[in-house]
Write a protein that binds this ligand. Structure first.
Ligand code: ATP
Length: 259
């Protein structure tokens, strides 16, 4: 996916929320975007999803301009966006059938159960979203996105509402899936440790308004990262300090110098 010179303004005379946002996401790569609230991360993700349009600039994937949502791009939102009248299993099945129209019923059911088990919701498959906690609903949204095996997974703070234990399990599952399938991912997170564990590359945004990309950092830690031992790996604390220092100090400086 190529992202070129994105700028977003709400109103002709309004200041840009962000400008000149350009980056590439290579096939099989896991890219995280980090930045303070309001710098436009969700808006950028929505543009990559085709749900919003930039004021200027464009996004292309597999040689086509992204202008609308597509099944080859799976989105996990902060809010889960489930159909309230369908059960958990039916919500996931709906997505699987949309993505694979010819798949037989038994295969759909098996796929649904596989991804619900991944997020530990196999026992809740016949419940409706209103009967679930917020974290459980979020896990259904994650299972639904994974179940469609999209070319690119777009995730806007997908684990923010989860308890630490579930979060860890799903992070590890995500790493496993990515290693196995070469899944391409663009993810927004506020969590520095999560970004270091998951991302091959980190895009650091300056503060808004008129936010821009302050820095793109390659993760120097090798790809076989493991959550429980990553902090013992050489280079972990250097990277962590660099990111925390950016968020605490340099993100605001980067924004001032751009004005
Ligand atoms: N429809 C809209 N009209 C006007 N301003 C908007 C609209 N949507 C978003 N904004 C503004 O654009 C800016 C960026 O919003 P966005 O949600 O993309 O930021 P974010 O970095 O994802 O924040 P957070 O981390 O809090 O989710 C904010 O200042 C927001 O108020």
């Amino acid at each position: 996916m190529h992202v070129q010179h994105l700028e977003k303004r709400y109103g002709a005379n309004a200041p840009a929320i962000f400008s000149d946002i350009s980056f590439t996401i290579n096939r099989g790569e896991f890219v995280c975007m980090i930045g303070h609230s309001g710098c436009g991360k969700s808006t950028i993700l929505n543009i990559l999803a085709g749900l919003e349009h930039p004021t200027t600039g464009h996004v292309s994937m597999n040689g086509h301009h992204v202008t609308q949502p597509g099944l080859e791009r799976g989105v996990v939102f902060q809010g889960h966006a489930l159909m309230p009248w369908l059960t958990v299993a039916q919500n996931v099945a709906l997505a699987v059938r949309a993505r694979y129209p010819g798949m037989n019923k038994a295969d759909v059911t098996q796929k649904v159960l596989h991804y619900l088990t991944m997020v530990n919701l196999q026992d809740a498959q016949h419940k409706r979203p209103s009967e679930l906690s917020g974290g459980m609903r979020q896990r259904v949204g994650i299972a639904r996105a994974f179940s469609t095996t999209p070319d690119m997974l777009l995730m806007d703070e997908p684990f923010g509402a989860l308890d630490a234990l579930t979060r860890g399990v799903i992070q590890e599952e995500l790493l496993r899936i990515c290693a196995k399938t070469g899944q391409t991912v663009f993810m927004i997170t506020h969590d520095v440790d999560e970004a270091i564990l998951l991302a091959d590359r980190l895009i650091l945004m300056s503060n808004g308004p008129q936010a821009h990309i302050a820095e793109i950092v390659e993760n120097p830690l090798p790809r076989n990262r493991v959550r429980t031992s990553i902090h013992h790996q050489p280079g972990f604390y250097d990277l962590r300090n660099h990111l925390v220092d950016f968020l605490v100090r340099r993100s605001a400086l980067a924004s001032q110098t751009s004005h």
